[in-house]
Ligand binder design. Structure first.
Ligand code: HEM
Length: 326
């Protein structure tokens, strides 16, 4: 989740200090980790606020997680699960922000914005580092909850079971989680290399890095898909789920604009030429697909058909491992 722009462009658009680079040198991971501290602190505050919100809703017995899994009506027992959910939401929020920044930087330009290009690029880098940390914290807290939950097993066995269910693709073998968990894992495992390759682009070549980094949008799509599939707070077809869909509209529109008006001249579509007809057709197809996504999100928003499950008259009594009922 790093910017689609090169260090040269940062040099053109702002000072070394603004871009976060070493004086006369490259942007380093260590420097960006330091620069990400205020951002990460803000993320911790937001996560704490979401946690408290979910905690008190569960305490009052009105949270949707309890509606899906009624045995979870004790936030003092299930606090790690709630913290995992809170990290999931802050992770998704930060992913949204960093993707928006990346699309602005690689798309129509930032000329009319009150913040310099170099500053936006630095924000994009720091927010993407924070996003990765939040995603990892979300998965780790889920593992911690599973380890706590399986109290009947021995320690080695419960740690292995919690780890495998959370981090080994295909291991979690219950209900919707059989798809939703690997989708989340794919997002996490793709985010890390696609984000961190930026810091070794002098070794792999700026073009290779740029080509690979483009696929970071897949990480975002997987994250949203995972949430829509598995988030118990957006389980039912009510307004929180519709809101989640609506928040994807600016991302889809900006992606479309970025494809139609890319910052880099070489990425503009141009006229079809005989030799590159296949590539040209694929690029047109990509743009049509994103347009279809924009129309799809509008359709979901106005129709209210957001894929949410109907609220059952009698709530199910699923165990932690089985939260597929709806
Ligand atoms: C190893 C990878 C992952 C695992 C094991 C995992 C696990 C889970 C689980 C078990 C849930 C259901 C919680 C509930 O009852 O609502 C969930 C929901 C969620 N996940 Fe993940 N996840 C992973 C990756 C991700 C990633 C990369 C994101 C993106 C930021 C993400 C964001 C969310 C969000 C926003 C929710 C909804 C929480 C709620 O409804 O309150 N997850 N995840």
């Amino acid at each position: 989740m790093q910017p689609e722009v090169t260090q040269q462009s940062a040099g053109r658009a702002g000072t070394t200090e603004e871009s976060g680079a070493r004086p006369g040198g490259r942007v380093t991971l260590r420097g960006d980790l330091r620069a990400a501290l205020p951002d990460a602190a803000a993320a911790v505050v937001i996560t704490g606020a979401v946690f408290l919100f979910l905690y008190f809703r569960m305490k009052e017995g009105v949270g949707d997680t309890v509606a899906v899994m009624p045995f979870m009506d004790d936030p003092d027992t299930y606090w790690m699960y709630l913290l995992s959910q809170a990290f999931g939401w802050s992770g998704l929020l930060w992913a949204w922000g960093t993707v928006m920044l990346g699309l602005l930087l690689s798309g129509p330009g930032t000329g009319r914005l009150p913040v310099s290009h170099a500053t936006l690029e630095r924000w994009h880098r720091t927010t993407s580092l924070t996003t990765m940390a939040l995603m990892a914290a979300h998965a780790l807290m889920f593992m911690a909850e599973l380890v706590r939950y399986e109290a009947a097993m021995g320690w080695a066995e419960r740690i292995w079971a919690g780890f495998a269910d959370s981090f080994v693709p295909g291991w979690y073998d219950s209900g919707t989680g059989q798809i939703a968990i690997p989708v989340g894992q794919a997002a996490l495992y793709l985010a890390v290399p696609l984000g961190l390759l930026f810091y070794v682009r002098h070794r792999i070549g700026a073009n290779t890095w740029r080509r690979l980094h483009r696929f970071v949008i897949v990480v975002y799509v997987l994250s949203v898909w995972h949430t829509l599939l598995y988030g118990t707070n957006v389980w039912y077809g009510d307004w929180p789920r519709t809101m989640l869909w609506i928040l994807q509209l600016p991302v889809a529109v900006l992606l479309l604009v970025r494809l139609l008006r890319p910052a880099r001249r070489g990425e503009r579509l141009g006229a079809p030429s005989g030799r590159q007809a296949v590539g040209w057709t694929l690029r047109v197809a990509g743009r049509v697909l994103v347009l279809a996504v924009v129309v799809g999100i509008l359709a979901v928003t106005f129709s209210g058909r957001d894929g949410g499950r109907p609220r059952p008259a009698d709530p199910p009594a699923a165990a932690l491992h089985e939260h597929e009922d709806g």
